[in-house]
Design a binder for this molecule. Structure first.
Ligand code: SF4
Length: 366
């Protein structure tokens, strides 16, 4: 049985349910600080320049965890035709090259319900299947509650008289939840934060631009990686919808696959009209499908986000001309990595929003 002090990487708000899961299995978590410029300090020395931005952040998180007493790394890798296939091997090799010694527990997220994953947890921590299932059930509840809180914030930012107040509630929530332990405490804080946001007074107008975020899951869901795009768009009076995040991922990969005759995801079905592939790695197919879905739903614009050199998203971009010609909804692509300049990024966002407003959009969507 390995050491019980574990660390794991960030991806947006996923650390909240992951911490609940690991603590309910009796483990102590070393949670790295939310992604920030210091996360990259040591990882950029090790990571190849053209490696994906998420990899560099993940490596930085794990370095922090190991530097602060963790002896075991928990990582949820996936399989598929892009670089993520190699994250597990490359992360371990990079950390060992840097002189760290640790145990590594790999969960295969492509097949979360498989025996392989249960055996990995049992071998590492001696946990029983019943305990794992109970902890997973609580974790999924926390995950959806957190998703609902951030969804509420996305709706509220453009409607609130004072959009800064929304950030204030979220910041207090993040501070408090970082100190909280256990399902009940985390759920209590999450529900309270949602109530606080809903209670903020609204403006009188009901006309808003509606913009969908599509793209690679890590950068669309991690506010540091995407330069806080949701907050910035909310401040510009935009109602933001995002399709990719830990909650969506769990719904598609866990809950839907439990059904005996599960169908393709809606995004995969919709993508087929423009792109005759079922999987190209990462979430490339979902990017095409979610762009079609947003266009059909009457969004005013779509923003496509991906990390520099992300192969599935570069391929997905090839479908955008046809989608825009068919539906007439503008799509703007933003590529991010550690070198992205915030001023240029903000200028492009503001110009895109101005362009949408000048088309007379806003208040047209349900
Ligand atoms: S989806 Fe893109 S960013 Fe993620 S591992 Fe694959 S190539 Fe890298």
């Amino acid at each position: 049985m390995v050491s019980e002090k574990v660390t794991f990487p960030h991806m947006g708000t996923s650390y909240i349910p992951v911490k609940v899961l690991l603590e309910s299995l009796g483990l102590t978590c070393v949670v790295p600080p939310l992604n920030n410029v210091r996360t990259l300090e040591k990882s950029l020395v090790q990571a190849p320049e053209f490696m994906c931005f998420p990899y560099k952040l993940i490596l930085g998180n794990l370095i922090y965890g190991l530097d602060h007493g963790a002896c075991t790394v928990v990582f949820g890798g996936s399989r598929g035709p892009c670089r993520q296939e190699y994250y597990n091997d490359v992360l371990q090799a990079a950390l060992r090259d840097m002189g760290y010694s640790f145990d590594y527990v790999n969960l295969n997220l492509s097949k979360l319900w498989t025996r392989e994953n249960y055996e990995a947890a049992r071998n590492a921590w001696g946990v029983k299947l019943r305990q794992v299932l109970k902890s997973l059930a609580l974790t999924v509840k926390v995950l959806f509650a957190v998703e609902s809180l951030y969804e509420c914030a996305r709706r509220k930012r453009c409607r609130a008289c004072d959009s800064i107040a929304v950030e204030g509630v979220l910041q207090n929530y993040v501070d408090a939840v970082g100190r909280a332990h256990g399902y009940a405490a985390v759920m209590g804080l999450t529900r309270q934060a949602r109530r606080d946001i809903r209670a903020l007074p609204d403006k009188v107008t009901d006309k808003y631009l509606k913009v969908a975020l599509v793209g690679e899951i890590f950068v669309t869901s991690d506010s540091f990686a995407n330069l806080d795009i949701e907050r910035k768009l909310g401040g510009l009076g935009v109602d933001v919808t995002t399709y990719m995040g830990p909650g969506t991922w769990v719904r598609d990969h866990l809950v839907r696959k439990l059904r005996p005759f599960h169908k393709k995801e809606l995004a995969q079905e919709l993508a087929w009209e423009f792109w005759h592939v079922d999987d190209i790695g990462g979430h490339g197919v979902q990017t095409v499908g979610n762009s079609v879905l947003s266009s059909r739903r009457g969004f005013d614009g779509i923003i496509h986000l991906y990390p520099l050199t992300c192969m599935p998203e570069i391929a997905a971009q090839s479908a955008f001309n046809a989608i825009q010609e068919r539906y007439g909804v503008p799509i703007m692509t933003l590529v991010v990595d550690e070198m992205t300049g915030e001023a240029g990024f903000d200028t492009r966002l503001e110009a895109f929003v101005d362009m949408l407003a000048s088309r007379g959009s806003g208040g047209l969507c349900q």
